[in-house]
Design a protein around this ligand. Structure first.
Ligand SMILES: Cc1ncc(COP(=O)(O)O)c(C=O)c1O
Length: 451
């Protein structure tokens, strides 16, 4: 190991100072903002060696990367510089009314990066707005009312999308799920977890295509009523699940046969997170609309977009912009980030290699580790009761999450979930990534066998 600094945790979690702040939070914030359960520490500062320092003096390896919105580490100097220069030059400006050169340049860069024949860009501030806009465009373009979505996906929080967001029925969408019309669902496909399949994985996820064709289209909705298919090429919040090539071939066929638009939500999976530039590149997808966000911000300010075909977007009346959309400093940061993308992809390959090498053997070794998935700089460990039933084991996940945090690795663990996720900067030092994966292996051993 060549690094100087490794994480170190020396207090209870939360530590006393963090706890004081949580107590204050509990009095002033609404519920969702004062849950210390998922992340029991308060950030003091970050250092450029990808460590997070909490107010109690503990340090943690950063496997959050601001949920993917800081893909080039916490302080990429070129992003910082570009942002400051643009702010000094243009100040805050409303780009949907008064544009500056970088705004157009960014749209051109995005089109050049996009797959297939995507030629138009609609800027938005958040990913949620990009999804909303894409749904409206699909309906406008086809004149059809329905969207086919997949159970378990996450597309953001808005009155409408709470319906299309079934990842967290019990917490996020609960009560907000007023059953808006215009959506039909199939289960999210993956070879690890697919409904109606029994026994150990891998399963045939084209069962989901059969379900769409033989059940949904026969008994629930006519194909001519469906405007588009809204899908995450890799379902992030659900647990980093990916469909098979055969599933994508089936879905593409259905889209062609019935005139459905393929809307790929790459807000989390895109821009290097999954290995290639777009996760859809893994299967040669050619979406009609592609949504980007998170990593597109490059660690600067909120940025998202819809990229689409001429056919759908050249004459649309759908309005996605607003006061804060693509303001110049955010645009400059995003542009500087795109310059970092290609070199980062090399590092992502290395992180993927390390993750697979170090963590995959856990599946062979432990009955309760159902699956280890690593796509690019995106890792997931799925805890189950046993490999045959694949019943979720959130109790083990939660004990594991506590153990690994005490070791100084801060990944993504939600209460009640059975998948633990790692989403580091694409540029994370491979040494720190290897160290983190090794800690994970030890923590799993400790939790499952006590050794
Ligand atoms: C796949 C996906 N779509 C949409 C969103 C919503 O993006 P935002 O939080 O920027 O509104 C997210 C956020 O996690 C996401 O993961």
């Amino acid at each position: 190991m060549s690094r100087q600094n490794y994480p170190k945790v020396s207090t209870e979690l939360p530590g006393p100072r963090s706890q004081e702040i949580f107590d204050r939070q509990g009095k002033v914030f609404y519920t969702q903002m004062h849950q210390s359960v998922t992340c029991p520490l308060i950030l003091d500062f970050k250092s450029d060696d990808e460590l997070l320092h909490d107010v109690d003096g503990n340090t943690f390896a950063n496997h959050l990367s601001a949920w993917g919105a800081a893909p080039y580490g916490s302080f990429p100097p070129s992003v910082r510089q570009a942002q400051i220069e643009a702010w000094d030059r243009y100040g805050m400006e409303i780009s949907c009314f008064l544009q500056s050169p970088p705004v157009v340049e960014l749209a051109e860069r995005l089109v050049a990066l996009a797959p297939g024949n995507l030629t138009r860009v609609a800027p938005t501030v958040t990913g949620t707005e990009a999804v909303e806009g894409a749904v409206k465009m699909a309906r406008e373009h086809t004149g059809r009312p329905m969207i086919l979505a997949f159970l378990g996906q996450y597309h953001g929080e808005s009155t409408y999308l709470s319906q299309a967001t079934s990842t967290e029925v019990s917490s996020i969408s609960s009560g907000a799920a007023s059953y808006a019309p215009g959506l039909v669902f199939a289960p999210y496909p993956s070879t690890y977890r697919v409904p109606f399949a029994k026994g150990p994985a891998p399963h045939d996820d084209t069962a989901v295509i059969d379900y769409i064709e033989q059940w949904l289209l026969r008994h629930q909705v006519e194909p001519t009523q469906i405007a588009g298919v809204l899908i995450e090429p890799i379902a992030g919040e659900l647990g980093v699940y990916a469909p098979s090539q055969a599933f994508w071939d089936g879905l593409t066929r259905l889209c062609r046969e019935h005139g459905w638009l393929l809307i790929c939500d790459e807000i989390q999976s895109g821009l290097g997170r999954s290995g290639p530039v777009w996760a859809g590149d893994l299967w040669g997808l050619e979406p009609d609309l592609l949504l980007t966000g998170k990593g597109f911000a490059a660690g600067g300010q909120a940025m998202a977009a819809i990229i689409g075909t001429d056919a759908v977007m050249a004459d649309t009346h759908v309005y996605t912009t607003g006061t804060y959309v693509w303001e110049p400093a955010a645009v400059a940061a995003s542009l500087a980030g795109l310059d970092l993308l290609e070199p980062a992809l090399e590092n992502v390959k290395e992180l993927e290699r390390i993750g697979r090498e170090v963590m995959t053997p856990l599946v062979e070794k432990y009955e309760q580790v159902g699956d280890v998935r690593q796509y690019g700089a995106w890792g997931a460990i799925e805890f189950v009761e046993d490999k045959v039933s694949q019943r979720p084991n959130s109790a083990v996940q939660s004990r594991f999450a506590h153990n690994i945090l005490r070791r100084g690795v801060l990944g993504i663990s939600d209460p009640g979930k059975w998948v633990y996720r790692m989403q580091p900067a694409l540029t994370m030092d491979p040494d720190l990534y290897r160290w983190s994966c090794e800690q994970i292996v030890e923590a799993v051993g400790e939790v499952l066998t006590g050794s």
